[in-house]
Structure formats: structure tokens, C-alpha cells
Design a protein around this ligand. Sequence first.
Ligand code: APR
Length: 310
Amino acid sequence: MSKVTVVGAGKYGSTTVQRIAEWDIVDEVVMTDIVEGLPQGLALDMNQSRPLLGYRTLVKGTNAYADTAGSDVVVITAGLPRKPGMSRMDLLGVNAGIVTAVTEEIVKHSPEAIIVVVTNPLDQMTTLAAQVSGFPKNRVLGQAGMLDSARFAHFISEVTGVDILKVHAVTLGSHGDTMVPVPSLCTVDDKPLTDVLSAEAIEGIVDRTRNGGGEIVAYLKTGSAYYAPSAAAASMVKAIVTQAGTTMPVCAWMDGEYGIKGVYLGVVAKLGARGVDEIVELDLTADELSSLQEAAVAVAQKVTDLDNLG
Ligand code: APR
């Protein structure tokens, strides 16, 4: 695999492009946006860092979808963040319009692509991209769980003082209220998290993880997080293009796993050339399983908002 496109050259999109390029895992990354000059300028700047950092991947900045033709993977970051005075439905309407238009172009120019959606609201936008593209569901997936799991791991490391690279954390479900942390499968220095921290301490970390994006927005005042989000999206692209059989939490189409069917939901999946190669059913506790099933119902309900946009 050698060509990846990232649609949207804002903070999230451009940082995702930068990470993929610096890993040197594809021949070309195309970055496109509706703002003229923005992707071109950023691409030129990134390409000039190649001799300094020692990688070959070339970034092409463009406003024309023709340049994205034949992409193996397309990441959709295009969209607006929620602005003051905008209702949730307003945001849904605007971003649904953008994701629909972008997906139509992807289908036209890269009919074999795998689509990775990051635009919020994530569950609805991933569902929409799948509907509009008509692609097999395994070729359309969304990013949410990688980011929440990384935030969860960061906070666990902070509270326990254990090396971040020795913390393994996993969240399922989706962002925010529908996030399902899985403490029973989290480990700290190879010990179960539940042996290391009290239930109360874990609940505190879960709350902070659930509000992980909001905490950053409150500091920044304008704009939202993009370093960890782009690391999450770029990791998904890496898993797909390198075909190393990597498993990670992603927003994937459910077809009976955990007794859940017909909805996009955050679960651990094996990624590869087909996008989602397989959903890995984890050994959840009864409480965790029922939280996941409740999250599925909540997400299915939210998705019906798409039908009410008119
Ligand atoms: N086609 C291509 N690009 C578009 C389109 C479109 N139809 N509409 C908007 N864009 C571009 C904007 O011009 C802007 O450069 O999308 C970019 C969005 O960038 P930012 O505003 O910086 O937003 P960012 O932080 O990158 O977040 C992007 O990810 O986490 C989600 O909620 C977030 O939905 C938002 C998305």
C-alpha cells in the first residue's frame, strides 16, 4: 500500500499527515482542504523537514480530488468544531453535509479505499460515510477508542507513577457518556489495575478520561485537542497499511459480536488490508458487557438524528 489521503488540513488533519509521513510507511500522503493554499503550504513545509528527520514519504497539498485518486486509505477530518451558540443538531447538520460531500468524492476517485472517519460526532459521521459510500462495512471505520484508551492510560500512569509504556488500558463504546472503560482488562506493570487502585480511584480516572477532550478545550479556549487524536488516527492508518495484524479499539460495524448487531460501536478489532479484518471479542465482566450493550442502544438512538436532518 502506498497512498493515503487526509481530507481536512486543520490541526487534526495536518498533524495526522505529519505523523504518517514521518513514519515513512507510505510513498505519498495527499492532504486536501477547501481553503486554497493551506494544504499546499503545509505540505511544502513538511517536505522540507525530510532531510532533517530522514524519511522519504512525500506530502502533496491540494484542493483537487483528482490528486487523491487511487488512495488506499482516506482519513476524513474535514468538519467544523462546535461553536458558541451552535446546537448539537446544528453541528450535526453542518458536518453531515461536509462528510457526505467528501465521501462522494472519495467514492468517485478511490473506489477501493478504506475510509477512516474522525469528524465529530463520530458515531453518526462514521455511519453516514458508510451509508453514502455504499462500501462494505469493514472498509469504513472510525477513530474514538484509541484516543480514549490512550487518555485512560495516561491518567493511570499519572496516578500510579508507573511508566506509561507499562500501562495497558482499554475503553470500548464511544466518546463521552457512551464510553465503556474496561478496568478488568487494564494492567499496570503486568498487574491487574483493579489490584493496584481502589474502585473509587479508578472511577475518578474514568471520569477524567470521559471528559478528556473537554478538559483540553477548557485550557485552549479556542480549538480542540489534536496531538493525541492525530496519533490515534495515524496509528490506525499504520495498522492498515503495514498489515501487521495489529489489534486496537476502533469504531467498527457490529454484526452480532457481544450480541450487538447493526450499529457502529467502539470495540477492539484487528486491522489490515480489508480495514477491519475481525472484531476481537474480549472477555468482559457482566457489568462491562451490559454497559457495552447499553452504549450500543444509545448510539443507535443518536444515529436516528441523521434521518431527522431533512
Ligand atoms: N472539504 C475539505 N476540507 C474541509 C471541508 C470540506 N468540505 N470543510 C471544512 N474543511 C476543512 C476546514 O477548511 C479546516 O481546515 O476542515 C478543516 C478542519 O480543521 P479545524 O477547524 O482545525 O478542526 P480540527 O481540530 O482539525 O478537527 C477536525 O475532527 O475531532 C474532530 O470535532 C473535530 O470534527 C472536527 C474534526
